[in-house]
Design a protein around this ligand. Sequence first.
Ligand SMILES: Cc1cc2nc3c(=O)[nH]c(=O)nc-3n(C[C@H](O)[C@H](O)[C@H](O)COP(=O)(O)O)c2cc1C
Length: 212
Amino acid sequence: MQFSLSEKKFYRILSIALAFVMLFTLINVNSIPAQAKDNKKIVILYFSATGTTKAVAKKIKKNTNGKLIEIKAADAYTSADIDWTDDNSRVTKEHNSASSPAKSSVRPKIKNLSAIKKAVKKADVVYIGYPIWWGEAPHIVYSLVENISLKKKTVVPFCTSMSSGLGNSAKNLKKNAIVSKKTKWLKGRNFYDIPSQKKINKWIKALKVNKI
Ligand SMILES: Cc1cc2nc3c(=O)[nH]c(=O)nc-3n(C[C@H](O)[C@H](O)[C@H](O)COP(=O)(O)O)c2cc1C
């Protein structure tokens, strides 16, 4: 088959263009963030009264691309409600209701529990975030773990506080949670301040839970 000069030119340009398309496709595949290639379903649940834990949860979402869901109290906590210096505030009453939140009968209702249940059902990894209140997870986080099944899930607790650490807060939550032998309940981590995205990324990478 004989090609004219202009046809030859056309095919040369076409093959160069195709080579470029292939090259860019390869570059794009390799630049997909690691988490986008992962195939575990991730849900990030958090309760936050003043926004600190929420900020951490958002950074976890940015890294994992998981589904971010706030644990919403049916009766939202006002700033007066969370005044721990007031003996008559809602949180002080919750705190004084038993020797620990695990033993208390106070279980604040969660407004969006059914949406949370639905998302958790489909998830492999469930991050659970909360602020430290008197060294423990708030009572509403107990309302959560006592009402959703975490059987066979990998659970990653995380929290924020002013000065206390994680303490036994995550361990104590597990005691009341609906779990099975196949539940992988990680130790968890406390953040004293809103960490950088880099710090969050490093922590999540070290957990090695988001990939199959
Ligand atoms: C009722 C209450 C109790 C708290 N108890 C503690 C505590 O025991 N130790 C501590 O370091 N911080 C304590 N804090 C501070 C919070 O843990 C901290 O400000 C947290 O980052 C708030 O998170 P949030 O903004 O997501 O609600 C307490 C705060 C409140 C409102």
